[in-house]
Design a protein around this ligand. Sequence first.
Ligand code: TPP
Length: 241
Amino acid sequence: MMAELYGTSEGYGRGVGGSMHIADLEKGIFGANGIVGAGILIATGAALAFQVQETDRVATVFFGEGAINGGGFFESLNLAALWHLPIVYVCENNGFAEMTPQSVHIAGDGATARANSFGIQAKVVDGVDALAVHDTTASSVATCRAGRGPVLIEAKTNRWRGHFEGDQQRYREQQELAAALGRDPIQLLETRILAEGWADAQWVAKARLDAEREMHEAADRGSEGHPIDLDALLAQVYIGS
Ligand SMILES: Cc1ncc(C[n+]2csc(CCOP(=O)(O)OP(=O)(O)O)c2C)c(N)n1
């Protein structure tokens, strides 16, 4: 993935997909998408395929609250509900669609209310609480495997940085931003592990260091790849006469 971000031919998409189109079919990742909400339709199609093939696979798709006003969201939920498709829709609600707060673009009570209107089971979870997200996801997948899908999860979360590098986030209240920065999911999980006595401080510190090292190694490997050459880039683009 890091190689793809660096635009090198060792990347998932041989360097031509970039950050918007990360995909790995062998791992069942059908692709991120630059079109807001498009993944919802693709994942719903995948869930239909899993059902037709009589597998126990469950599809899942992640999208922001900005995607729930798109037509594809409603079309997908409608068919998924009718056909009891094995799919978990995960709406990561961070309160902003680019720079637009939820209050000025979403009517009604949002993703869960819309799911309920199709008869779909919907759950709200604290998206910053890793264990709560794990438990909610596991029970939702089990529901789908039992033939009682689909399920929608609204994970309420927050945003630390702007929509793009250089975004000053002037549209946010300083207090709201400070509160968001005060809730770090990794730190919260570490605190919980220590409080429950699941591991000691040394183990927690090592786990953090190991994860950071793994990330740095991946970034280094990615940056050392071979930049895609221009001919290969143009070979995959349709150029009309
Ligand atoms: C169909 C479509 N319309 C508009 C855009 C432009 N756009 C890019 S990101 C974005 C906001 C998406 O909001 P959300 O899904 O909440 O994601 P977040 O802002 O949290 O990353 C928009 C409107 C787009 N990429 N695709």
